[in-house]
Ligand binder design. Structure first.
Ligand SMILES: Cc1ncc(C[n+]2csc(CCOP(=O)(O)OP(=O)(O)O)c2C)c(N)n1
Length: 321
C-alpha cells in the first residue's frame, strides 16, 4: 500500500509534469523553442508510477516522447527547458532538443528519437549491472509502435537468454502517429510477444498512478532479486497531437467518443479525486498548488527564454506551430 506521504509525492510529480507540458503547449507558438515536441499529456501516470520505485543508480532509457520519463526520474527541469530553447545550459548542451534528454546523475541514460533504437541501449545497461554484480535495474520505456522493429525482438531475446535485470514498459496509446494499432498489428500481439519469450508479463491501467506504483514495486523488487527481465504493458492515451502543442480532434483519425473517454480518465483528475475523498488534500489546496506550480514554472521558462543561445539559433527559420 502507498502511504499518504507517497500519494502526495506521486501527485506532485504528476502535477509538475502536467504543468511543464501545459506551459510548453502555451509557449510553443512564440517560436522560441528550437525543436519539435512530443507531449505526454494524459500518459504521465506511467512514468511517475514506475519511477517512484527506482533509485538514482537504476537507469532508464526513453524515446521521442521523453519529457515525463525525464522529469519523473528526477531530471533537472531547468536543464530540460534550456534544452528546448537551444541554450548551452541545456542537458545536451542545447544541441539535442526535446528528444535527447539525459541526466547522468539521475540515471537517465538516454532518450532516442529513432523508434526502438533505445531498446538495446537499455538491455546493455542491464548487462552492465549484471556483469558488475550491481543490484540495479534498467527500465526501457517504449511506445506500442516500437515492437514493429526487429531490434525489439533481438533485445527481448538477449535480455531473457542472459537473465538481465531489465524492465520493459510498453505504453500503448493506441496510435503510431495517425495509425491505429488495429491497422498495424494482429490483435493482442504485444501481450503475446513478451510471453512467448518466457517473460513475466503484466497488464496495467496506464492512467492510474497509484496502482502502477503499487504493482510495479513488487515487479521491480523481483527483478533486482532474481536478475530476470519482465514486461509491463499499459493502456493509455495521448490527448494532444502526435508532435506539437495542439489538440487534433478535427483530423478525425481518432474517434470522438474515444477521446472523450480518455479525457475523462485523466490521471491527474483521477488522483485529485482520491486525494480529496481521503481528505489528504482539500479542493482549495489543490487549486492553490496548481496556481503556484504554474507561476513557478512559467518563471523558469521566461528565464530560460532569455538565456544565451549556443549560437545555433536559426532566426529566419519558422518552426511549424
Ligand atoms: C525507425 C523510425 N521510424 C519512423 C520514425 C518516425 N516516428 C516518430 S514517432 C513515431 C510513432 C511512434 O509511435 P509509438 O512508438 O507508439 O510512440 P507514441 O508516439 O505513440 O508515443 C514514428 C513512426 C522514427 N522516428 N524512427
Amino acid at each position: 500500500m502507498i502511504s499518504k506521504k507517497n500519494t502526495k509525492k506521486i501527485y506532485f510529480d504528476l502535477l509538475k509534469i502536467r504543468t511543464i507540458e501545459e506551459i510548453i503547449s502555451e509557449r510553443y507558438k512564440e517560436q522560441e523553442m528550437r525543436c519539435p515536441i512530443h507531449l505526454s499529456i494524459g500518459q504521465e501516470a506511467i512514468a511517475v508510477g514506475i519511477c517512484h520505485n527506482l533509485n538514482n543508480y537504476d537507469q532508464i532509457v526513453s524515446n521521442h516522447r521523453c519529457h515525463a520519463h525525464y522529469l519523473a526520474k528526477g531530471g533537472d527541469e531547468k536543464k530540460m527547458i534550456n534544452e528546448f530553447y537551444g541554450n548551452s545550459d541545456g542537458c545536451s548542451g542545447g544541441r539535442g532538443g526535446s528528444m535527447h534528454l539525459f541526466d547522468q546523475k539521475k540515471g537517465i541514460l538516454s532518450s532516442v528519437p529513432i523508434v526502438s533504437s533505445s531498446i538495446p541501449v537499455g538491455v546493455g545497461a542491464g548487462f552492465s549491472f549484471k556483469y558488475n554484480k550491481k543490484k540495479n535495474i534498467a527500465v526501457i520505456f517504449i511506445g506500442d509502435a516500437a515492437i514493429e522493429e526487429g531490434v525489439f525482438y533481438e533485445s527481448l531475446n538477449y535480455a531473457k537468454i542472459f537473465s538481465l535485470p531489465v524492465l520493459f514498459v510498453c505504453e500503448n496509446n493506441l496510435f503510431s502517429c495517425f495509425t491505429n494499432i488495429n491497422e498495424r498489428q494482429p490483435k493482442n500481439l504485444i501481450k503475446k510477444i513478451s510471453k512467448s519469450f518466457g517473460m513475466k508479463t503484466h497488464f496495467l491501467n496506464g492512467n492510474n498512478a497509484i496502482q502502477i506504483a503499487n504493482k510495479s514495486k513488487k515487479i521491480i523488487e523481483e527483478i533486482r532479486l532474481k536478475n530476470e527481465p519482465q514486461f509491463i504493458l499499459l493502456d493509455t492515451y495521448r490527448v494532444l497531437e502526435h508532435c506539437g502543442p495542439y489538440e487534433d480532434d478535427h483530423l478525425n483519425y481518432r474517434n470522438k467518443k474515444e477521446i472523450k473517454y480518455w479525457k475523462e480518465n485523466c490521471p491527474l483528475k483521477k488522483l485529485e479525486k482520491i486525494l480529496v475523498s481521503n481528505k489528504i488534500l482539500s479542493k482549495s489546496s489543490l487549486r492553490n498548488y496548481r496556481l503556484s506550480y504554474k507561476k513557478k514554472y512559467n518563471l523558469i521558462f521566461e528565464d530560460c527564454k532569455k538565456s544565451k543561445f549556443l549560437g545555433t539559433k536559426l532566426n529566419n527559420i519558422k518552426l511549424y506551430a
